[in-house]
Design a protein around this ligand. Sequence first.
Ligand code: ATP
Length: 190
Amino acid sequence: MKIGLFFGSFNPIHIGHLIIANVMAKNTDLDKVWFIVSPHNPLKSSKSLIHEFDRYEMVRLAIHDNLDLEVSDIEFQLPRPSYTVDTLTYIQEKYPEHEFALIIGEDNLVQFPRWKNHDKILEYFKLYVYPRPRCSESELKSHPSVKMYEAPMMDVSATYIRNTIKDGNSVRYLIPTEVEEYIHRNKLYS
Ligand code: ATP
């Protein structure tokens, strides 16, 4: 199978992530998309990061009725901080029967040359890139390992969702109902 890997903190997962994962799974040659929940992104502060088990559980709840989407906790067992190149290598060795591609936004493509061993990633894996608002052009757009796809742009972030919850305001329609209920039940982000 051809599987797209969508990495993130998912703190929490929101409609922006879900739309992209579904577009990639249904409207490209990918058979499935796996959400890889990262315990800690080395480029981000961990202050507002809730426990990885809660973030994993929210992804699971969000995608339970979509057979083309799966969630993986594979990075929880890997040395931290986890770099994408190391996780990709590990996953490809663990599942040699599958072909893996990396799903990233165009904003991340601009940053991509800063990633650890980015040349190795481009050598061994395809990048499936979706558009993001207000990002600059990347020279990598024409790289043979980079494929650009159309997808709706949702200008929403997990930071916005966390702040809105903290302020006691509504996040209805921005996150799935099951995720909203999980957050309230466990008093997260408040
Ligand atoms: P935060 O606001 O906490 O930084 P985030 O909303 O950017 O979080 P991440 O978990 O870091 O969420 O996102 C995982 C991946 O999804 C990242 O590659 C990120 O660039 C991308 N992403 C984030 N928000 C959106 C969105 N609205 N549409 C498409 N992709 C997104």
